[in-house]
Design a protein around this ligand. Structure first.
Ligand code: F1P
Length: 338
């Protein structure tokens, strides 16, 4: 719910939460799969506001003993709220002495919501398909609201807050506009349907979006997909580039674009076909090896959401083209409770 600015925090989190947020000095995010990628984006957001933050894979954190910062908030993100590794990681965080806890969950009656101090419901509605889609985008919105609540205590100005809130208000119409691109994205699916491997690249907040795009393609299209931070290309992944391995670059028109353009050229120079998901107006030209897909332009905080939906549509159409059961992919369960 995005209501008028001054009410935003109380309406979203409640007064008890606001009291806890006044104390929080550091954040550790714990999650699995798609939810972990949302946490990776949030880590960059929180850091950019001067809030120390780590994002961790829950199945690793549950066996570790890191030093706990003072007044630290542990944030568990989970669509189901029943994921065994995330619950175990929360338990470990409590044993280690994390002072406060928050669950960001889609299911209001899940186990996770019963063990944390605070709960933020993502209200995505029921997710019928196994692969997380709208759970992810609502997690990102929830994490943005959390970032605002915490950043206000670190000197975020009213104008800065208003800018992010106005971006959020514009999000539904931008998503509507993006969904109009469905046919264009569907047309790409033939190219991918017979491929065995795909590489995803991104930088900054869009690196986790590349990871999520790769995960969706794996989960429902059964195409092997890996995502790399684009700067890592020359440290190994370039060896994978050939005419049979397409690369998808998540390339919004932001301060990292110049670097990403150089990485795109590195792939092109080796004869790799590229699909560049950019914003309208981005100075990258299509040619025989590069196909630019212009997604709806959005602000810096909501661009990861817009780009995610474009990649979700791509994975969906590739899966449909291959005749897969999109809602029930093989070998996967909706809730990973063991
Ligand atoms: C985590 C997760 C999902 C994935 C699949 C298996 O679930 O890895 O991201 O799409 O459903 O579980 P959750 O903790 O977000 O419910």
């Amino acid at each position: 719910r995005i209501t008028n600015n001054c009410m935003l925090e109380i309406e979203t989190f409640g007064e008890e939460a606001v009291e806890i947020f006044n104390q929080v000095e550091a954040v550790r995010i714990l999650a699995c799969g798609t939810s972990y990628y949302a946490g990776m984006v949030a880590r960059i957001w929180l850091e950019s506001m001067g809030i120390p933050c780590e994002a961790e894979i829950a199945s690793e954190f549950r066996y570790r003993n890191p030093v706990v910062p003072d007044n630290a908030l542990v944030v568990a993100i989970s669509q189901s709220g029943e994921t065994a590794d995330t619950l175990a990681a929360l338990n470990q965080a409590s044993k280690l002495g994390y002072k406060y806890s928050l669950a960001i969950c889609n299911s209001p009656f899940s186990q996770m919501t019963r063990v944390t101090d605070l709960v933020l419901h993502t209200r995505a509605g029921p997710e019928i398909s196994v692969a997380s889609t709208k759970a992810f985008t609502t997690q990102l919105v929830s994490l943005l609201l959390l970032m605002i609540a915490l950043a206000k205590r670190r000197g975020m100005t009213v104008d800065e807050e208003a800018e992010i809130v106005s971006e959020l208000r514009a999000l539904p119409s931008r998503i509507e506009a993006l969904l109009q691109m469905d046919k264009d994205i569907a047309e790409l699916s033939d190219y991918f349907a017979d491929k065995e491997h795909t590489l995803f690249l991104g930088r900054g907040t869009h690196y986790p979006i590349a990871l999520e795009g790769a995960l969706k393609l794996k989960e429902i299209s059964y195409i092997h997909a890996d995502a790399y931070p684009a700067g890592e290309l020359k440290h190994g992944p370039l060896a994978l580039i050939d005419a049979k391995t397409p690369t998808i670059a998540v390339a919004p028109n932001n301060h990292l674009l110049a670097k990403l353009k150089a990485n795109i050229q590195e792939v092109r120079a080796r004869g790799g076909k590229l699909f560049v998901f950019s914003d309208s107006g981005t100075p990258i030209k299509s040619d025989e090896l590069i196909e630019v897909i212009e997604v709806v332009k959005s602000g810096p905080f909501t661009s990861p959401i817009i780009h995610t939906i474009a990649l979700q549509l791509l994975a969906y159409h590739v899966a449909v083209t291959k005749g897969n059961d999109v809602d029930n992919p093989r070998n996967l369960a909706k809730s990973v409770t063991v």
